[in-house]
Design a protein around this ligand. Structure first.
Ligand SMILES: [Zn+2]
Length: 265
């Protein structure tokens, strides 16, 4: 049995990864005066406590997108910033029905719930207090500036955050080794490629995603662009999750894109 506590790792003097038992990652950037939590994982277990063990500075909470595995912990904080294009999606993904699937998954994986965990409160917690997040906004944490980068594709309201002084981009699910572009809420593959081509021009050296805290080189963005450009229905295989959406997985150069034919238009 896994225990339910979060696993915290100091990646850099200014950045911590926080891993939940279902292997989703959120990140705490810490400046001289303030801190910023990027994503909130499934939120089964107290994230504010995990954050407090790292810093007692005031914390901004910013969501990379509205999916349940990144947004369900947001309700544990006073407020959370999310791009408006994902508000409706976030309401769905933090609904009782979706939260129930998160609990079921945890149960099926043999994960023990924390002793003080109250499923009734969790199931009915909703989105929390969402604030509209603007692209280009800069959070000044004191000697550390975090810029909000528009990265719509996986979802319309997906964003990344760029730690300007360190040239590190955090992408949540918007640019990952296996990107999911087959969801109903995903934009077209064409729009996704245009986003990657724009973002790769920005001043960063490495990036970190939402389902591993491995630090990846910027050059991987070109692999993501190529795998998306070269998509071949014939060379793809059916994707096993959410079969009703008829996802197809295409692989090239060690990276993968899951798409559906509807997203190729
Ligand atoms: Zn997602």
């Amino acid at each position: 049995m896994n225990n339910m506590s979060y696993r915290v790792k100091k990646m850099y003097p200014w950045l911590y990864s926080i891993q939940d038992p279902q292997n989703v990652f959120c990140y705490l950037a810490v400046g001289k005066e303030k801190a910023l939590l990027f994503d909130t994982v499934y939120g089964i277990g107290s994230l504010p406590l995990a954050v407090k063990e790292i810093t007692d500075k005031p914390v901004y909470v910013v969501l990379g997108h509205g999916h349940l595995d990144h947004a369900n912990g947001a309700c544990q904080f006073e407020e959370a910033w999310l791009h408006e294009a994902d508000f409706e999606l976030c309401r769905l993904h933090t609904s009782e029905k979706y939260r129930m699937t998160a609990l079921k998954q945890a149960e099926e994986s043999g994960i023990a719930l924390p002793h003080d965990f109250n499923p009734d409160i969790y199931l009915k917690a909703g989105t929390g207090n969402l604030k509209k997040l603007d692209i280009g906004r800069i959070f000044d944490l004191g000697g550390l500036h975090i810029e909000v980068i528009g990265m719509g594709g996986h979802t319309a309201g997906s964003i990344g955050i760029l730690a300007q002084e360190h040239k590190v981009l955090l992408t949540s699910d918007s640019a990952t080794p296996q990107v999911w572009m087959f969801k109903i809420e995903s934009l077209s593959v064409k729009e996704y490629i245009a986003m990657l081509e724009r973002v790769v021009q920005l001043d960063f050296d490495t990036f970190i995603t939402g389902h591993t805290d491995e630090v990846m080189p910027k050059s991987d963005f070109y692999k993501y662009i190529n795998v998306a450009r070269h998509i071949s229905v014939e060379k793809s295989e059916p994707f096993k999750y959410h079969p009703e959406l008829k996802g197809l997985l295409y692989r090239e150069d060690g990276v993968e894109i899951v798409f559906s034919e509807a997203k190729l238009i």
